[in-house]
Design a binder for this molecule. Structure first.
Ligand code: ADP
Ligand code: MG
Length: 483
Protein backbone atom coordinates (compact mmCIF):
# COMPACT_ATOMS: atom_id res chain seq x y z
CA UNK A 1 0.00 0.00 0.00
CA UNK A 2 1.18 3.51 -0.76
CA UNK A 3 0.60 4.52 2.83
CA UNK A 4 2.85 1.78 4.10
CA UNK A 5 5.59 2.67 1.64
CA UNK A 6 5.56 6.24 2.78
CA UNK A 7 5.61 5.19 6.40
CA UNK A 8 8.60 2.88 5.80
CA UNK A 9 10.34 5.59 3.95
CA UNK A 10 9.66 7.93 6.77
CA UNK A 11 10.98 5.50 9.38
CA UNK A 12 14.07 5.00 7.31
CA UNK A 13 14.96 8.68 7.04
CA UNK A 14 14.08 9.10 10.68
CA UNK A 15 16.61 6.43 11.47
CA UNK A 16 19.23 8.06 9.27
CA UNK A 17 18.57 11.38 10.92
CA UNK A 18 19.33 9.80 14.28
CA UNK A 19 22.69 8.58 12.99
CA UNK A 20 23.50 11.94 11.42
CA UNK A 21 22.73 13.62 14.71
CA UNK A 22 25.20 11.40 16.58
CA UNK A 23 27.88 12.19 14.06
CA UNK A 24 27.18 15.93 14.17
CA UNK A 25 27.21 15.91 17.94
CA UNK A 26 30.77 14.64 17.85
CA UNK A 27 31.82 17.05 15.16
CA UNK A 28 30.42 20.28 16.57
CA UNK A 29 30.47 19.55 20.28
CA UNK A 30 27.75 19.03 22.84
CA UNK A 31 26.94 22.66 23.40
CA UNK A 32 26.52 23.78 19.82
CA UNK A 33 24.65 20.60 19.05
CA UNK A 34 22.16 21.17 21.85
CA UNK A 35 21.62 24.79 20.89
CA UNK A 36 21.21 24.47 17.17
CA UNK A 37 20.74 20.93 15.96
CA UNK A 38 18.87 19.12 18.65
CA UNK A 39 15.72 21.20 18.17
CA UNK A 40 15.47 20.20 14.50
CA UNK A 41 13.13 17.48 13.44
CA UNK A 42 12.03 15.88 10.24
CA UNK A 43 8.77 17.14 8.98
CA UNK A 44 8.40 15.15 5.81
CA UNK A 45 10.25 13.48 3.00
CA UNK A 46 9.08 12.85 -0.52
CA UNK A 47 10.41 12.89 -4.07
CA UNK A 48 13.93 13.48 -2.85
CA UNK A 49 13.00 16.57 -0.88
CA UNK A 50 13.58 16.50 2.84
CA UNK A 51 11.73 19.05 4.94
CA UNK A 52 13.10 19.75 8.37
CA UNK A 53 11.29 21.82 11.00
CA UNK A 54 13.17 24.61 12.74
CA UNK A 55 11.41 26.38 15.58
CA UNK A 56 12.35 29.96 14.71
CA UNK A 57 13.41 32.00 11.74
CA UNK A 58 16.54 33.07 13.53
CA UNK A 59 17.58 29.48 14.11
CA UNK A 60 16.81 28.65 10.54
CA UNK A 61 19.20 31.28 9.27
CA UNK A 62 21.89 30.10 11.64
CA UNK A 63 21.50 26.46 10.71
CA UNK A 64 21.54 27.21 7.00
CA UNK A 65 24.64 29.35 7.26
CA UNK A 66 26.57 27.01 9.50
CA UNK A 67 25.37 23.48 9.17
CA UNK A 68 23.22 22.82 6.15
CA UNK A 69 26.06 21.92 3.76
CA UNK A 70 27.46 19.49 6.23
CA UNK A 71 24.11 17.91 6.91
CA UNK A 72 23.49 17.56 3.22
CA UNK A 73 26.88 15.95 2.60
CA UNK A 74 26.55 13.36 5.33
CA UNK A 75 23.04 12.56 4.36
CA UNK A 76 23.73 12.22 0.67
CA UNK A 77 26.32 9.62 1.45
CA UNK A 78 23.88 7.57 3.46
CA UNK A 79 20.96 8.02 1.17
CA UNK A 80 21.58 9.11 -2.41
CA UNK A 81 17.87 9.61 -3.01
CA UNK A 82 18.00 12.81 -1.01
CA UNK A 83 18.24 15.61 -3.51
CA UNK A 84 17.62 18.67 -1.38
CA UNK A 85 16.92 19.72 2.16
CA UNK A 86 14.56 22.51 3.14
CA UNK A 87 14.49 24.08 6.52
CA UNK A 88 11.04 25.24 7.43
CA UNK A 89 10.19 27.52 10.26
CA UNK A 90 7.35 25.66 11.75
CA UNK A 91 5.76 25.34 15.12
CA UNK A 92 5.90 21.85 16.44
CA UNK A 93 2.23 21.59 17.27
CA UNK A 94 1.07 21.77 13.72
CA UNK A 95 -2.41 20.95 12.80
CA UNK A 96 -1.61 21.93 9.31
CA UNK A 97 -2.56 18.96 7.30
CA UNK A 98 0.26 18.64 4.83
CA UNK A 99 3.46 16.82 5.48
CA UNK A 100 3.88 17.46 9.16
CA UNK A 101 4.58 14.41 11.22
CA UNK A 102 3.02 15.16 14.52
CA UNK A 103 4.89 12.68 16.69
CA UNK A 104 8.34 14.01 15.95
CA UNK A 105 7.10 17.53 16.30
CA UNK A 106 5.49 17.00 19.67
CA UNK A 107 8.79 16.34 21.39
CA UNK A 108 10.15 19.41 19.74
CA UNK A 109 7.33 21.50 21.09
CA UNK A 110 8.19 20.41 24.59
CA UNK A 111 11.73 21.55 24.10
CA UNK A 112 10.66 24.90 22.77
CA UNK A 113 8.22 25.62 25.52
CA UNK A 114 10.81 24.81 28.15
CA UNK A 115 13.53 26.97 26.70
CA UNK A 116 13.71 30.74 26.83
CA UNK A 117 12.81 32.63 23.68
CA UNK A 118 15.87 33.40 21.63
CA UNK A 119 16.99 37.00 21.79
CA UNK A 120 16.94 39.12 18.71
CA UNK A 121 20.68 39.24 18.20
CA UNK A 122 22.16 41.12 15.32
CA UNK A 123 24.80 39.08 13.57
CA UNK A 124 26.91 40.42 10.83
CA UNK A 125 27.24 38.04 7.96
CA UNK A 126 23.93 36.33 8.59
CA UNK A 127 21.66 37.56 5.91
CA UNK A 128 17.96 37.47 6.34
CA UNK A 129 17.41 34.58 4.04
CA UNK A 130 14.02 34.41 2.45
CA UNK A 131 11.95 31.55 3.74
CA UNK A 132 11.27 29.13 0.99
CA UNK A 133 7.53 29.10 1.03
CA UNK A 134 7.33 26.52 -1.74
CA UNK A 135 8.59 24.01 0.78
CA UNK A 136 5.44 24.54 2.76
CA UNK A 137 3.23 23.21 0.03
CA UNK A 138 5.51 20.72 -1.60
CA UNK A 139 4.24 17.77 0.34
CA UNK A 140 0.60 18.48 0.47
CA UNK A 141 -0.24 15.16 -1.13
CA UNK A 142 1.51 13.22 1.55
CA UNK A 143 -1.39 13.79 3.83
CA UNK A 144 -1.35 10.48 5.61
CA UNK A 145 -0.69 11.90 8.98
CA UNK A 146 -3.65 14.23 8.78
CA UNK A 147 -5.30 14.94 12.06
CA UNK A 148 -8.72 14.48 10.51
CA UNK A 149 -11.15 11.96 11.86
CA UNK A 150 -11.56 9.25 9.22
CA UNK A 151 -15.12 8.66 10.35
CA UNK A 152 -16.13 12.24 9.68
CA UNK A 153 -17.02 11.90 6.01
CA UNK A 154 -20.03 12.90 3.96
CA UNK A 155 -20.90 9.23 3.59
CA UNK A 156 -21.19 8.91 7.36
CA UNK A 157 -23.21 12.06 7.77
CA UNK A 158 -26.91 11.37 8.10
CA UNK A 159 -29.01 14.09 6.54
CA UNK A 160 -32.35 15.19 7.92
CA UNK A 161 -34.56 18.26 7.97
CA UNK A 162 -32.52 19.96 10.66
CA UNK A 163 -29.16 19.79 8.94
CA UNK A 164 -29.93 19.50 5.23
CA UNK A 165 -29.10 23.09 4.44
CA UNK A 166 -25.74 23.02 6.18
CA UNK A 167 -25.02 19.69 4.50
CA UNK A 168 -25.89 21.02 1.05
CA UNK A 169 -23.71 24.07 1.61
CA UNK A 170 -20.81 21.92 2.76
CA UNK A 171 -21.13 19.63 -0.24
CA UNK A 172 -21.25 22.57 -2.58
CA UNK A 173 -18.01 23.94 -1.17
CA UNK A 174 -16.37 20.53 -1.33
CA UNK A 175 -17.44 19.83 -4.89
CA UNK A 176 -16.91 23.22 -6.53
CA UNK A 177 -13.81 24.08 -8.46
CA UNK A 178 -14.26 27.73 -7.72
CA UNK A 179 -15.29 29.36 -4.47
CA UNK A 180 -19.09 29.33 -4.33
CA UNK A 181 -19.44 31.44 -1.20
CA UNK A 182 -16.84 32.86 1.05
CA UNK A 183 -16.72 32.27 3.90
CA UNK A 184 -19.00 29.37 4.60
CA UNK A 185 -20.06 29.96 8.17
CA UNK A 186 -21.55 26.96 10.01
CA UNK A 187 -23.14 27.34 13.40
CA UNK A 188 -25.08 25.23 15.89
CA UNK A 189 -25.15 24.09 19.49
CA UNK A 190 -22.60 21.50 20.61
CA UNK A 191 -22.50 18.00 19.24
CA UNK A 192 -24.65 18.64 16.19
CA UNK A 193 -22.14 18.00 13.44
CA UNK A 194 -20.14 21.15 12.63
CA UNK A 195 -16.74 19.54 13.06
CA UNK A 196 -17.95 16.44 11.25
CA UNK A 197 -18.99 18.53 8.24
CA UNK A 198 -15.72 20.46 8.17
CA UNK A 199 -13.67 17.27 8.18
CA UNK A 200 -15.95 15.86 5.50
CA UNK A 201 -15.25 18.87 3.29
CA UNK A 202 -11.52 18.42 3.84
CA UNK A 203 -11.64 14.70 3.01
CA UNK A 204 -13.64 15.32 -0.09
CA UNK A 205 -11.38 18.06 -1.42
CA UNK A 206 -8.28 15.99 -0.61
CA UNK A 207 -9.71 13.15 -2.58
CA UNK A 208 -10.48 15.23 -5.63
CA UNK A 209 -7.41 17.43 -5.43
CA UNK A 210 -4.64 15.84 -3.42
CA UNK A 211 -2.32 18.76 -4.07
CA UNK A 212 -4.61 21.25 -2.39
CA UNK A 213 -3.27 22.68 0.79
CA UNK A 214 -6.02 22.42 3.36
CA UNK A 215 -5.63 23.71 6.85
CA UNK A 216 -8.05 22.75 9.57
CA UNK A 217 -7.54 24.09 13.05
CA UNK A 218 -9.49 25.26 16.04
CA UNK A 219 -9.70 28.94 16.82
CA UNK A 220 -7.96 28.17 20.10
CA UNK A 221 -5.08 26.61 18.21
CA UNK A 222 -4.92 29.58 15.92
CA UNK A 223 -4.64 31.91 18.89
CA UNK A 224 -2.08 29.71 20.56
CA UNK A 225 0.06 29.58 17.48
CA UNK A 226 -0.15 33.28 17.01
CA UNK A 227 0.75 34.08 20.60
CA UNK A 228 3.72 31.76 20.27
CA UNK A 229 4.80 33.48 17.11
CA UNK A 230 4.66 36.79 18.95
CA UNK A 231 6.76 35.35 21.73
CA UNK A 232 9.39 34.21 19.29
CA UNK A 233 9.08 37.40 17.29
CA UNK A 234 8.25 35.24 14.36
CA UNK A 235 4.95 36.55 13.11
CA UNK A 236 6.24 36.74 9.55
CA UNK A 237 6.67 32.97 9.47
CA UNK A 238 3.26 32.61 11.05
CA UNK A 239 1.74 34.63 8.24
CA UNK A 240 3.64 32.71 5.65
CA UNK A 241 2.14 29.45 6.78
CA UNK A 242 -1.26 30.76 5.88
CA UNK A 243 -0.21 32.40 2.65
CA UNK A 244 0.05 29.10 0.84
CA UNK A 245 -3.27 27.77 2.04
CA UNK A 246 -6.00 26.92 -0.46
CA UNK A 247 -8.70 26.09 2.03
CA UNK A 248 -8.69 27.39 5.58
CA UNK A 249 -11.05 25.96 8.18
CA UNK A 250 -11.26 27.45 11.63
CA UNK A 251 -13.44 25.59 14.11
CA UNK A 252 -15.19 27.13 17.12
CA UNK A 253 -14.40 30.79 16.56
CA UNK A 254 -16.52 31.76 19.54
CA UNK A 255 -13.40 31.12 21.60
CA UNK A 256 -11.62 33.91 19.83
CA UNK A 257 -13.73 36.51 21.60
CA UNK A 258 -11.84 39.15 23.51
CA UNK A 259 -8.27 38.49 22.36
CA UNK A 260 -7.69 41.68 20.39
CA UNK A 261 -4.34 41.09 18.78
CA UNK A 262 -5.24 37.59 17.64
CA UNK A 263 -8.50 38.83 16.25
CA UNK A 264 -6.64 41.42 14.32
CA UNK A 265 -4.27 38.83 12.96
CA UNK A 266 -7.14 36.56 12.10
CA UNK A 267 -8.90 39.41 10.36
CA UNK A 268 -5.77 40.09 8.35
CA UNK A 269 -5.23 36.45 7.41
CA UNK A 270 -8.89 36.07 6.61
CA UNK A 271 -9.03 39.12 4.34
CA UNK A 272 -5.92 38.34 2.41
CA UNK A 273 -7.05 34.77 1.76
CA UNK A 274 -10.49 35.91 0.66
CA UNK A 275 -8.96 38.48 -1.66
CA UNK A 276 -6.92 35.77 -3.28
CA UNK A 277 -9.99 33.65 -3.78
CA UNK A 278 -9.12 30.93 -1.28
CA UNK A 279 -11.97 29.14 0.42
CA UNK A 280 -12.60 29.81 4.09
CA UNK A 281 -14.89 27.79 6.33
CA UNK A 282 -15.70 28.87 9.83
CA UNK A 283 -17.73 27.29 12.59
CA UNK A 284 -19.10 28.73 15.80
CA UNK A 285 -21.80 28.11 18.34
CA UNK A 286 -23.67 31.28 17.29
CA UNK A 287 -24.44 33.24 14.18
CA UNK A 288 -21.89 35.92 13.25
CA UNK A 289 -24.15 38.70 14.49
CA UNK A 290 -24.57 37.05 17.89
CA UNK A 291 -20.91 36.30 18.48
CA UNK A 292 -19.70 38.02 21.59
CA UNK A 293 -16.42 39.80 22.02
CA UNK A 294 -15.74 39.82 18.30
CA UNK A 295 -14.95 43.12 16.65
CA UNK A 296 -17.65 44.51 14.41
CA UNK A 297 -15.61 44.56 11.24
CA UNK A 298 -14.65 40.91 11.70
CA UNK A 299 -18.20 39.97 12.59
CA UNK A 300 -19.58 41.52 9.44
CA UNK A 301 -16.82 39.92 7.39
CA UNK A 302 -17.70 36.52 8.84
CA UNK A 303 -21.31 36.95 7.84
CA UNK A 304 -20.73 38.11 4.29
CA UNK A 305 -20.60 34.68 2.66
CA UNK A 306 -23.12 31.96 3.33
CA UNK A 307 -24.34 31.42 6.88
CA UNK A 308 -25.83 27.98 7.54
CA UNK A 309 -27.08 26.74 10.87
CA UNK A 310 -27.76 23.23 12.09
CA UNK A 311 -30.86 22.98 14.23
CA UNK A 312 -31.33 20.65 17.17
CA UNK A 313 -32.07 17.14 15.97
CA UNK A 314 -35.56 15.80 15.48
CA UNK A 315 -36.74 12.30 16.29
CA UNK A 316 -36.35 10.94 12.74
CA UNK A 317 -32.80 12.16 12.41
CA UNK A 318 -31.88 10.63 15.75
CA UNK A 319 -33.24 7.30 14.59
CA UNK A 320 -31.36 7.59 11.31
CA UNK A 321 -28.12 8.40 13.07
CA UNK A 322 -28.51 5.53 15.53
CA UNK A 323 -29.06 3.05 12.73
CA UNK A 324 -26.12 4.36 10.76
CA UNK A 325 -23.76 4.34 13.74
CA UNK A 326 -24.93 0.87 14.76
CA UNK A 327 -24.06 -0.36 11.29
CA UNK A 328 -20.60 1.16 11.57
CA UNK A 329 -20.19 -0.66 14.86
CA UNK A 330 -21.34 -3.92 13.26
CA UNK A 331 -24.31 -4.18 15.48
CA UNK A 332 -27.92 -5.08 14.86
CA UNK A 333 -29.93 -2.46 16.71
CA UNK A 334 -33.61 -3.37 17.16
CA UNK A 335 -35.93 -0.61 15.99
CA UNK A 336 -37.67 -0.54 19.37
CA UNK A 337 -34.41 0.15 21.16
CA UNK A 338 -33.49 2.85 18.66
CA UNK A 339 -36.85 4.52 19.26
CA UNK A 340 -36.40 4.27 22.98
CA UNK A 341 -33.00 5.95 22.82
CA UNK A 342 -34.12 8.61 20.35
CA UNK A 343 -36.93 9.51 22.69
CA UNK A 344 -34.79 9.66 25.79
CA UNK A 345 -31.63 11.30 24.55
CA UNK A 346 -32.53 14.45 22.73
CA UNK A 347 -29.78 16.90 23.59
CA UNK A 348 -27.10 16.17 21.05
CA UNK A 349 -25.66 13.55 18.80
CA UNK A 350 -22.49 13.08 20.76
CA UNK A 351 -24.47 11.87 23.76
CA UNK A 352 -26.65 9.67 21.63
CA UNK A 353 -23.54 8.11 20.16
CA UNK A 354 -22.04 7.64 23.62
CA UNK A 355 -25.11 5.76 24.77
CA UNK A 356 -25.07 3.54 21.71
CA UNK A 357 -21.41 2.72 22.19
CA UNK A 358 -22.06 1.63 25.71
CA UNK A 359 -24.86 -0.68 24.68
CA UNK A 360 -22.85 -2.16 21.86
CA UNK A 361 -19.78 -2.67 24.02
CA UNK A 362 -21.94 -4.42 26.57
CA UNK A 363 -23.56 -6.67 24.01
CA UNK A 364 -20.21 -7.59 22.51
CA UNK A 365 -18.80 -8.47 25.91
CA UNK A 366 -21.72 -10.76 26.62
CA UNK A 367 -22.32 -12.54 23.34
CA UNK A 368 -25.66 -14.18 23.00
CA UNK A 369 -27.30 -11.53 25.09
CA UNK A 370 -29.69 -9.64 22.87
CA UNK A 371 -30.07 -5.90 22.91
CA UNK A 372 -33.47 -5.22 24.42
CA UNK A 373 -35.09 -2.21 26.01
CA UNK A 374 -34.69 -3.86 29.41
CA UNK A 375 -30.98 -4.36 29.24
CA UNK A 376 -30.53 -0.98 27.57
CA UNK A 377 -32.25 0.56 30.56
CA UNK A 378 -29.98 -1.42 32.77
CA UNK A 379 -26.74 -0.52 31.02
CA UNK A 380 -27.64 3.15 30.80
CA UNK A 381 -29.17 3.35 34.25
CA UNK A 382 -27.19 6.28 35.57
CA UNK A 383 -27.29 8.16 32.30
CA UNK A 384 -31.04 7.76 31.88
CA UNK A 385 -31.71 8.67 35.44
CA UNK A 386 -29.98 11.95 34.89
CA UNK A 387 -32.15 12.49 31.82
CA UNK A 388 -35.36 11.70 33.62
CA UNK A 389 -34.75 14.14 36.35
CA UNK A 390 -32.71 16.41 34.22
CA UNK A 391 -32.40 19.64 36.00
CA UNK A 392 -32.11 22.70 33.81
CA UNK A 393 -29.69 25.54 34.37
CA UNK A 394 -32.67 27.88 34.61
CA UNK A 395 -34.06 25.86 37.50
CA UNK A 396 -30.71 25.86 39.21
CA UNK A 397 -30.34 29.61 38.89
CA UNK A 398 -33.83 30.13 40.23
CA UNK A 399 -33.42 27.84 43.23
CA UNK A 400 -29.99 29.15 44.15
CA UNK A 401 -31.09 32.76 43.80
CA UNK A 402 -34.12 32.11 46.01
CA UNK A 403 -31.97 30.37 48.58
CA UNK A 404 -29.57 33.28 48.86
CA UNK A 405 -32.23 35.91 48.54
CA UNK A 406 -30.99 37.53 45.39
CA UNK A 407 -32.60 37.81 41.99
CA UNK A 408 -31.71 35.72 38.95
CA UNK A 409 -30.90 38.99 37.18
CA UNK A 410 -28.32 39.81 39.81
CA UNK A 411 -26.87 36.35 39.46
CA UNK A 412 -26.36 36.90 35.76
CA UNK A 413 -25.09 40.44 36.21
CA UNK A 414 -21.47 41.53 36.29
CA UNK A 415 -21.60 42.41 40.00
CA UNK A 416 -18.66 40.99 41.90
CA UNK A 417 -19.83 41.57 45.48
CA UNK A 418 -19.39 38.39 47.53
CA UNK A 419 -23.13 38.22 48.29
CA UNK A 420 -23.79 37.78 44.59
CA UNK A 421 -20.57 36.21 43.42
CA UNK A 422 -20.65 33.23 45.77
CA UNK A 423 -24.22 32.18 44.90
CA UNK A 424 -23.27 32.59 41.24
CA UNK A 425 -20.33 30.25 41.70
CA UNK A 426 -22.47 27.74 43.54
CA UNK A 427 -25.04 27.82 40.76
CA UNK A 428 -22.29 27.23 38.19
CA UNK A 429 -20.95 24.36 40.23
CA UNK A 430 -24.39 22.76 40.50
CA UNK A 431 -24.98 23.25 36.80
CA UNK A 432 -21.80 21.34 36.07
CA UNK A 433 -22.73 18.66 38.56
CA UNK A 434 -26.38 18.14 37.75
CA UNK A 435 -26.63 18.78 34.05
CA UNK A 436 -24.69 17.45 31.09
CA UNK A 437 -24.08 20.93 29.77
CA UNK A 438 -20.59 21.88 28.67
CA UNK A 439 -18.63 24.65 30.35
CA UNK A 440 -19.21 27.15 27.52
CA UNK A 441 -22.93 26.38 27.56
CA UNK A 442 -23.11 26.97 31.29
CA UNK A 443 -21.05 30.11 30.91
CA UNK A 444 -23.46 31.51 28.39
CA UNK A 445 -26.35 31.19 30.82
CA UNK A 446 -24.42 33.39 33.21
CA UNK A 447 -23.04 35.72 30.57
CA UNK A 448 -19.53 34.49 31.29
CA UNK A 449 -16.96 32.48 29.42
CA UNK A 450 -16.04 28.88 30.10
CA UNK A 451 -12.90 29.71 32.05
CA UNK A 452 -14.97 31.57 34.64
CA UNK A 453 -17.17 28.50 35.05
CA UNK A 454 -14.15 26.28 35.41
CA UNK A 455 -12.76 28.58 38.05
CA UNK A 456 -16.08 28.62 39.91
CA UNK A 457 -16.32 24.83 39.90
CA UNK A 458 -12.82 24.50 41.35
CA UNK A 459 -13.45 27.20 43.91
CA UNK A 460 -16.60 25.58 45.21
CA UNK A 461 -15.01 22.15 45.28
CA UNK A 462 -12.31 23.63 47.44
CA UNK A 463 -14.71 25.46 49.72
CA UNK A 464 -16.88 22.39 50.26
CA UNK A 465 -13.85 20.80 51.86
CA UNK A 466 -13.03 23.59 54.22
CA UNK A 467 -16.08 25.76 54.74
CA UNK A 468 -18.93 24.10 56.58
CA UNK A 469 -21.46 26.74 55.53
CA UNK A 470 -20.76 26.37 51.87
CA UNK A 471 -20.83 22.59 52.14
CA UNK A 472 -24.25 22.69 53.79
CA UNK A 473 -25.76 25.15 51.34
CA UNK A 474 -24.56 23.14 48.39
CA UNK A 475 -25.87 19.94 49.90
CA UNK A 476 -29.32 21.38 50.64
CA UNK A 477 -29.60 22.94 47.21
CA UNK A 478 -28.55 19.74 45.56
CA UNK A 479 -31.16 17.72 47.40
CA UNK A 480 -33.84 20.23 46.58
CA UNK A 481 -32.92 20.21 42.92
CA UNK A 482 -32.76 16.44 42.72
CA UNK A 483 -36.03 15.86 44.52
P1 ADP B 1 -19.99 19.88 16.86
O1 ADP B 1 -18.70 20.16 16.17
O2 ADP B 1 -21.16 20.61 16.25
O3 ADP B 1 -19.93 20.07 18.34
P2 ADP B 1 -19.43 17.20 16.01
O4 ADP B 1 -19.24 17.41 14.56
O5 ADP B 1 -18.24 16.99 16.85
O6 ADP B 1 -20.33 18.36 16.62
O7 ADP B 1 -20.44 15.96 16.19
C1 ADP B 1 -20.55 15.22 17.38
C2 ADP B 1 -20.69 13.75 17.06
O8 ADP B 1 -21.93 13.54 16.42
C3 ADP B 1 -19.63 13.26 16.12
O9 ADP B 1 -19.25 11.98 16.51
C4 ADP B 1 -20.32 13.23 14.77
O10 ADP B 1 -19.81 12.21 13.95
C5 ADP B 1 -21.74 12.94 15.14
N1 ADP B 1 -22.69 13.55 14.21
C6 ADP B 1 -23.14 14.81 14.20
N2 ADP B 1 -24.03 15.01 13.23
C7 ADP B 1 -24.13 13.83 12.58
C8 ADP B 1 -24.91 13.38 11.45
N3 ADP B 1 -25.76 14.17 10.84
N4 ADP B 1 -24.77 12.10 11.07
C9 ADP B 1 -23.92 11.26 11.73
N5 ADP B 1 -23.18 11.63 12.77
C10 ADP B 1 -23.29 12.89 13.21
MG1 MG C 1 -16.91 20.83 17.02
Amino acid sequence: MAGEAIQNNYDEVQNEWGQICSQLRQEVGEKAFDSWLKPLSISSFSSGVMNICVPTRFMRNWVITNYSDRIHKIWEKKNPSIKSINFIVQAADEEIIHGIHSTTCRSLLKKISNSPAPQNIYMSGVSNLPVDSSAMVSDSNQSLSVPLNPQYTFENFVVGKTNEFAYAAARKVAESDDVPFNPLFLYSGVGLGKTHLMHAIAWHIKQRNPEKNIVYLSAEKFMYKFVRALRYKDTAAFKEQFRSVDVLMVDDVQFMGGKDTTQEEFFYTFNSLIEEGRQIIISADKSPSDLEGIENRLRSRLGCGLVADIHPTDFDLRIGILQSKAKQLNCELPQKVAEFLAQKITTNIRELEGALRRIVAHAQLLPGKEITIENTQDVLKDMLRSYDRRTTIDEIQKKVAEYFNISVKEMQSSRRARTVARPRQIAMYLAKLLTLRSLPEIGRKFDRDHTTVMHAVRKIEELIKKDQNVAESVDQLRRALEA
